[in-house]
Write a protein that binds this ligand. Structure first.
Ligand code: NAP
Length: 237
């Protein structure tokens, strides 16, 4: 089975690649920087026919088209898509502990967040889900965040929050279109994880952070679709 992972060069993306490889998947590690991508592949033991690197910036249409051609020419199958690439784009966010107000948030920052976290994931689905349909099998995992949860909405981080709320909308819409069939589409909140994004004070290790993502990526045929999960438990939108 073939898995495509976005943002695979570091953080949770790299660990997801490592664990999928360990479970016998052929892994297409994608990231936007060629040198970082090659270093990540080396860190996982080197490239071979089970671990391939493809450059991909999920906000760049040409880059996405090149991946589309690569899938069509070389893979012709994708069973698992992990939309992991993400960024917290709120100016002053980290420095000011995310207390940037929605009322004075630069709209360009919000657009950038939506480009990466929402539209990037959507474009990947548009490329990959047709293969899943043809195969009669697919698992799409959108790596979202509790910060996009409407039921528990906090303040600050407007671009990041809105883009993850919208990513969850992509999960719901796509799951509704695909129905209760062979393709499962779910969102995951990994918790607060010690990566470059989460910072060193975060409560979870990277291995803990990817646990539910890996579970959703490998769901059995009777597994859920159209849900939002943390620690394998359904959570409110
Ligand atoms: P990270 O270590 O900062 O890694 C983010 C990854 O996304 C990097 O590989 C980065 O690539 C990639 N990326 C950013 N913009 C991209 C673009 N335009 N095209 C392709 N790749 C791009 O973060 P992480 O903590 O592992 O985050 C992984 C996912 O978990 C994200 O979607 C994040 O929102 C979500 N999440 C994280 C936490 C947490 O506490 N860490 C909590 C909730 C949700 P570069 O190296 O090129 O920048």
């Amino acid at each position: 089975m073939t898995a495509v992972v976005t943002g695979g060069n570091r953080g949770m993306g790299l660990e997801i690649c490592r664990q999928l490889l360990g479970r016998g998947y052929r892994v297409i590690l994608t990231c936007r920087d060629q040198i970082k991508g090659e270093a990540a592949v080396d860190a996982l033991g080197g490239g071979n026919d089970r671990l391939l690197f493809v450059p991909l910036d999920v906000t760049n249409e040409q880059s996405i088209k090149r991946l589309d051609v690569y899938v069509a020419d070389r893979l012709r199958e994708v069973h698992v898509l992990i939309n992991n690439a993400g960024a917290a784009f709120d100016r002053g966010g980290l420095a000011e502990l995310g207390q940037h107000s929605l009322l004075d948030a630069p709209l360009d920052d919000i657009r950038c967040s939506i480009e990466i976290n929402t539209l990037g994931a959507l474009r990947m689905c548009q490329i990959v889900v047709p293969y899943m349909r043809a195969q009669g099998y697919g698992r799409v995992v959108n790596v979202s965040s509790g910060m996009g949860q409407l039921a528990d909405m906090g303040s600050g981080w407007p671009g990041y929050r809105l883009s993850k709320t919208a990513m969850n909308g992509v999960t719901r819409l796509l799951a509704a279109e695909l129905g209760d069939g062979d393709i499962k589409v779910n969102s995951v909140c990994p918790g607060w994880v010690r990566t470059d994004m989460g910072g060193s004070a975060a409560t979870r290790s990277v291995a803990e952070g990817v646990e539910t993502t890996l579970w959703l990526a490998t769901l059995p045929d009777n597994g859920p679709t159209g849900g939002f999960f943390r620690d394998r438990q359904s959570i409110d939108w």
